[in-house]
Design a protein around this ligand. Sequence first.
Ligand SMILES: *Cc1c(COP(=O)(O)O)cnc(C)c1O
Length: 403
Amino acid sequence: MQTRDYIIMEDLYGAHNYHPLDVVISRAKGIWMWDVEGKKYLDFLSAYSAVNQGHCHPRIVKTLQKQAKKLTLTSRAFRNDQWPLLAKELCDLTGFEQVLPMNSGAEAVETALKIARKWAYLKKGVPQDQAEIIACANNFHGRTITVISFSTEPLYRQDFGPFTPGFKIIPFGDASALEAAITPNTAAFLVEPIQAEAGILIPPDGFLKKAREICKQNNVLFIADEIQTGLGRVGRLFACEYEGIKPDMMVIGKSLGGGCYPISAVLSTRNIMEVIKPGQHGSTFGGNPLACAVAREALRVIQEENLVKNAEEKGAYFLERLKTIKSRWIKEVRGRGLLIGIELWPEAGGARRFCEELMKEGLLCKETHDHVIRFAPPLIISKRELDWAFKRIKRVFKRLEKS
Ligand SMILES: *Cc1c(COP(=O)(O)O)cnc(C)c1O
């Protein structure tokens, strides 16, 4: 079968909930991917930052294989010998005290919201069913009905109502709006330290720090969604470190599974986590030994291969190079670490056509929203490989300059 055959089959039998580029990948290693015809591409998306360690990392794959032969699932009805180790290692790494494991990012966000609500009733004394949670405009926290209930993107919400009540929206980056939105019933403020899906939006300096203080003063939980920004992507282990803040709760996922296996987690303090008692929340696959063994190795790879430092250094280098591209289509180039966006003017005709041209050059990128091209290669990328990519990006901008 060839590319065309796979596409026809997928479009016929698969639901159309995505609009992928017309490339069919059958193999990948490190930063490289190969399509069914054997054509090689540089992965400049990293599965939305779920493959930060690079594709099929030998250490992670080996761990996966070893664990798969030994023990894959017990459910939490029984204990297993991997989950306690992952929980401890995550706490040692992050400075949090307890972890609740889930599978997908959206599930972990839902979990954090449930914990925050319960905390509000049990510890803050909010009247039953009155808890409020504040989120930001243009947020992306996943796709479940509760999570899209506080989305501001019509595409994510249209025809999916009725929605879960109890959420308020403030503009991203506006600390005084946060302060004004807080009431005695506010349980939590949920925020992405950098809004990746919204187009790599970095909040004004000091916003996170100010928001953190406001939350503390008002006994409101500060919840950071670091699912995409965390674990090295932005040149720090967590994006919150740019402002030196420590959230009350943090949600991680994506590259926690090293691109091999889905796993997500909510991290917090014992004092907050203890509001959840046995039976009140869970997931059959949450904390399964296969996921935990993979995550443990994925975390070790991030540390031992210095991926955070590499993201910082290579990201800064690449950002500067991208800024040298002269094109009338470019409105702004921005980013932190290896999470970089090129925002195009609306007259550029949309980011999609740029991604399609980049694909022809052997570079796989994805537009985020209509006008931003996101560059997010695996964090193992070298300077030479970035130069290879830069040459092609420059060429595409030159080619599309006239059209
Ligand atoms: C990807 C993402 C999610 C959702 O994760 P899923 O695993 O797709 O459910 C939530 N928040 C942020 C910031 C993300 O980037």
